[in-house]
Write a protein that binds this ligand. Structure first.
Ligand SMILES: [Zn+2]
Ligand SMILES: [Zn+2]
Length: 134
């Protein structure tokens, strides 16, 4: 377990989580690309009850029938993702953590959508989609 804090660039959103850091994945799906503006989005999956907003309330965007993404309406930072397929869990962007060094990725997911010019941790296991979720 680790107590971690994070937030968006402008400071309107702050959060904390108190959770294990053992489920962390680089996602290569096109939904993450188009909603984050980044070529990969690294997610820490935590129990939903372990996550608390400390400051502000996020804007929400339903990116697929089952997925809702939470972001800062002021600066645009993507913070979290909830999926109806695993409602007890919440995905949190490692990039929004104050200490992202604490949450290294353990695997790649949606590797079938991986950009072929992106060289990233080839030693990590890669799942073509995401096992057990999609
Ligand atoms: Zn912000
Ligand atoms: Zn994704």
């Amino acid at each position: 377990m680790a107590l971690l804090t994070g937030g968006c660039h402008c400071g309107a959103l702050r959060y904390q989580l108190d959770a294990p850091l053992d489920d962390c994945a680089h996602c290569h799906c096109s939904d993450c690309r188009k909603t984050s503006g980044g070529i990969v989005t690294t997610w820490l999956t935590v129990p939903a009850h372990s996550f608390t907003w400390l400051t502000g309330a996020p804007a929400c965007y339903q990116s697929s029938p089952s997925c809702t993404r939470h972001f800062c309406a002021q600066c645009g930072c993507l913070i979290s993702l909830a999926t109806g397929k695993a409602p007890e869990a919440l995905d949190v962007t490692v990039a929004s953590l104050d200490e992202p060094e604490q949450a290294p990725a353990h695997r790649h997911v949606w590797a079938s959508s991986h950009l072929n010019w992106l060289y990233l941790d080839p030693q990590l296991p890669a799942e073509a989609q995401e096992n057990g979720v999609n």
